[in-house]
Structure formats: structure tokens, C-alpha cells
Write a protein that binds this ligand. Structure first.
Ligand code: TXA
Ligand code: MG
Length: 365
């Protein structure tokens, strides 16, 4: 429950203690559940541990990590440099959204004084931090007593893991332990905001909708700008994660925008590209109707609400991919509230976007 840590059974307690011991050793990494997605954690204060995270995921070393804390006191005592304060601008957001799916950017300050491993920040001038609400995540951080750097616990480029089985699928044999906390509630990653610049920037849409940040953040946060651009390989980027291929199943993902109830748009696409006989999965949500039998190998309903679609999306991409389909057709949604983060992830997963009949090939970079 929010604000409280309680471990109710001994097997959970034993698993947490075992995981905490691994995290306290140099190079020790553990996968654990958060309310957003599963994380692959290691000490933010230990370069050997952080390197082990990058190695297990095959993650490019220039893409920095988020540090996870269990209390504000931990942020002050273990991540900030001596004399450094939490920037005032974050106070209303911290009050409203922590613990929860919001990540903030802070200056590293004097790198000689900062306790954070430079591998966490990819040697950059800023670091990111969030306080998860998931009780297992918070208990793990609190018992180990160290801030935990954790990217999503998928192999790099794969859809983010929202169940322990997804982590096992991607990382088995490469990490010593996965804590299984069931399916993640939010289902996609935290919102990343940078308030060290004016106007502030939304670096990654996520579990906390941008509308909510504007609503509670006062005049400063009402100016927030969404850094929408997906940068090319050699361009400087605000948030390094943007330039890499992401969230991709093995099958080709085709996303349909402004396509009514989906029947004409999907049928036309199949006809134009001569996909009859191909194995195609359909992921429908708000408007697409149940198609007639025989067109798709499998049809999944992601739900009607933004929250439901968010929660199911990555799991369904993985599940239908496992069936060995050639294509995954997915219905796009309006880009407001939860829709902004959903569309951010689906766009990156897609190789083709069909917008009211017009096709854009994304070429997965
Ligand atoms: O919900 C989440 O945030 C999950 C769970 C495990 O907490 N973690 C997660 O981590 O999504 P990861 O590594 O998959 O994504 C971190 C994102 C990347 O896009 C990265 O580029 C950005 O945050 N990031 C990290 N540190 C940054 C920094 N100092 N400046 C700008 N962007 C940063
Ligand atoms: Mg990730």
C-alpha cells in the first residue's frame, strides 16, 4: 500500500533478503517488479554493478539509467552530492506523484563529489530518479539500503516486460534472480520530465499523463514541451533512449490510424500487399470491430480505456509474436491522456504506419 512497506509472508521476505544480498555485492543484479514494468536492478553507486546491467541487456552504454529510491531521505543521503538540494520546481510533482510512475532529471553537480557511478548517467551532467509505488520494489530498495539503477528488464530492442515470464524469456541464463510480483499494473514505463530547463520538457511520456503534470504543477509546468522527435542515429538527443530501435517483436508491426472500425483499412492493406495466406494478428482497442473469421490468425482485444490498453499492450505484442505470426496489425488511439504514451511506444514498435489510407514506412532503425 502507498507509503507503507509491509512484507506479509516469510517466502517473500526470504526472497527479498536474498535479492538484497545480491544487490549489495559488486556486480550483483536482480530483476524485480515495479508498477510500470519489470526492472533489472543494480547499485547506482557501483560501476561494476551498472556495467553488469548493460551487459545482461546488451544495452548501448550511452543510454543512461534511472535510479530508484524508497524514500526522499535516500535521495538526499545517497544520490545528491554534499550541499546539493532537490530543485524547488519538483516539489509539487513529488508531492503528488511519488511514489509512482514519474521520473525527474537532476543535475549531477560536481562529479568529484557525486556518489553516483558515472556509468549510470553515461558520463552525462544529469541523473534521473524515481520512487516506485510497487511494494516489492520499495521493500527491495529499502532492505538493501541502496539506490537501485534499473532499466526495463527486457533484452534491448524487445517489448518491455510486464510479467516475470517476459524477463525470464529475454534474460534467462544472464541474471541470477527474478522476483515475481505478478503482472505490472501500469504496464508501460514512467514519465520522464526535465525541470532543470525553462520551459520544462517531457522527455518520455509514460504512466503519469502530461495533462496531470500541467494540472498540479502550477505555471512553470504548464509550459511543459513534449520532445516528440525520434532522433536519427548521429543526431544529438535530449534523452538518449530515443534514438534506438525499441519495443519490437519479431513480426512486422503495422499500425492503423484514423481507420474507422478497421474493416476497410485492414482488408485494403491485405489486398494491396498480397498478404492473403500470411499469418496476421490483430490487436484491437477503442474502435475496431471484431473481424469476420478467417482473416486473422488471432485477434486480441486490448480494452477500451487508456489504462487497460496501457496494461495489456506489451504483453499482447509478446504473446501474439510467440505464435509465430508474420504481421501484427494494431489499432492506433488518440494522443491524449494515456494515449500519448501508448502511441509513443506503438509508433516505435511499428515498421509501417497506415494513416487513413496513406502509408509511412518507418524502417526500424
Ligand atoms: O518505469 C520505468 O521508468 C522503468 C522501471 C524499471 O522503473 N525503467 C525504465 O528504464 O523504463 P529505461 O532504462 O528502460 O528507460 C530510461 C529512460 C531512457 O529513455 C533514458 O534515455 C532516459 O530514461 N534517461 C535516463 N537518464 C537520463 C538522463 N540523465 N537524462 C535524460 N534521459 C535519461
Ligand atoms: Mg526500456
Amino acid at each position: 500500500p502507498e507509503g507503507k512497506l509491509s512484507v506479509t509472508d516469510t517466502s517473500t521476505e526470504n526472497a527479498l533478503i536474498k535479492a538484497a544480498k545480491i544487490l549489495q555485492q559488486p556486480g550483483g543484479v536482480v530483476a524485480f517488479p515495479t508498477e510500470t514494468v519489470y526492472g533489472l536492478g543494480g547499485s547506482s553507486l557501483c560501476t561494476e554493478s551498472v556495467k553488469a546491467i548493460y551487459a545482461a541487456k546488451h544495452r548501448p552504454a550511452d543510454n543512461p539509467l534511472i535510479s530508484h529510491i524508497s524514500s526522499i531521505e535516500m535521495l538526499r543521503s545517497k544520490l545528491l552530492a554534499p550541499g546539493q538540494e532537490i530543485p524547488e520546481v519538483y516539489k509539487p510533482l513529488i508531492e503528488k506523484f511519488w511514489p509512482g510512475p514519474l521520473t525527474i532529471v537532476l543535475p549531477v553537480g560536481d562529479s568529484n563529489k557525486s556518489p553516483i557511478s558515472p556509468a549510470v548517467t553515461a558520463h552525462g551532467p544529469t541523473f534521473t530518479v524515481r520512487m516506485p509505488v510497487h511494494p516489492i520494489a520499495r521493500a527491495l530498495i529499502s532492505i538493501s539500503g541502496i539506490p537501485i539503477a534499473a532499466p526495463s528488464a527486457n533484452a534491448s530492442t524487445r517489448p518491455s516486460p510486464t510479467q516475470a515470464a517476459h524477463v525470464y524469456h529475454d534474460l534467462k541464463g544472464r541474471i541470477p534472480l527474478i522476483l515475481d510480483g505478478g503482472a505490472c499494473d501500469v504496464g508501460l514505463e514512467s514519465t520522464v520530465v526535465d525541470g532543470t530547463v525553462d520551459p520544462p520538457m517531457l522527455l518520455r511520456p509514460g504512466g503519469v499523463p502530461m495533462e496531470k503534470i500541467k494540472e498540479v504543477g502550477g505555471p512553470f509546468w504548464q509550459k511543459i514541451i513534449h520532445v516528440k522527435k525520434v532522433a536519427g542515429k548521429n543526431e544529438p538527443v535530449r534523452t538518449p533512449g530515443m534514438k534506438y530501435r525499441h519495443y519490437s517483436p519479431t513480426a512486422q508491426v503495422v499500425m492503423f490510424l484514423n481507420s474507422g472500425n478497421g474493416t476497410d483499412a485492414t482488408h485494403n492493406y491485405i489486398a494491396e500487399h498480397r498478404l492473403n495466406g500470411k499469418k496476421i494478428a490483430l490487436l484491437r482497442s477503442k474502435r475496431f470491430v471484431e473481424p469476420e473469421d478467417g482473416v486473422f490468425q488471432v485477434v486480441r482485444d486490448l480494452g477500451r480505456s487508456g489504462k487497460a490498453i496501457q496494461k495489456n499492450m506489451f504483453a499482447e505484442l509478446r504473446e501474439v509474436d510467440e505464435l509465430g505470426v508474420d504481421y501484427i496489425f494494431v489499432e492506433g488511439v488518440p494522443e491524449d491522456h494515456e494515449g500519448l504514451a501508448i502511441m509513443n511506444r506503438l509508433t516505435k514498435a511499428s515498421s509501417v504506419i497506415v494513416d487513413g489510407g496513406k502509408e509511412t514506412i518507418r524502417g526500424r532503425d
